[in-house]
Design a protein around this ligand. Sequence first.
Ligand code: HEC
Length: 154
Amino acid sequence: MKSTKPHWIAIGLLSALLLAGVVKVVVLGSTGEKAADGRTALLLEPAERQAVLGEMRLLLESTQSIVEALANDDLTAVEAAARPIGSAAIATVDFSLRAKLPLDFKKLGFGTHYAFDDIANMANEKQPAKAIQMKLAETMNNCLACHAAYYLPE
Ligand code: HEC
């Protein structure tokens, strides 16, 4: 009977190649060239790009509401503005779009949604407005980091 060893080597090599391909897709997502300003292009379908930008405008609007509510010491309004953009918002991200987002983008994006959960919970626990404001300032570093790293070409 012939040895089956060479087959195992071939299977091993193919598996390694497949795994490398999967890792590359998961880590890089659907990214393109870097722009002159150093930001990486994220290549999405027009509808996906619109969905991401729509989510962004909601993030800005909700952040404005939170800042205003904190100034008014209205923690009920803080929670009401933060809760919908918390982890509940992650469920609305379509799976084919998720597959195109680089790992680093997802970490920053999902991390931002979890931070808004924390802000909603802090408001619910009636923590001091200043502590919540500090948490929001830290959360907004995610906005800055992601905006410095990626752009969505048309
Ligand atoms: C995980 C990445 C990421 C995070 C986190 C993020 N953004 Fe964005 N945002 C983007 C990208 C990419 C664009 C498109 C930029 C471009 O194409 O020049 C964008 C665009 C925007 C826009 C413009 C929307 C439009 O209609 O053109 C606003 C407003 C915005 N973001 C607000 C926010 C705010 C506020 C936060 C934080 C609370 C935030 N973003 C967090 C990635 C992110």
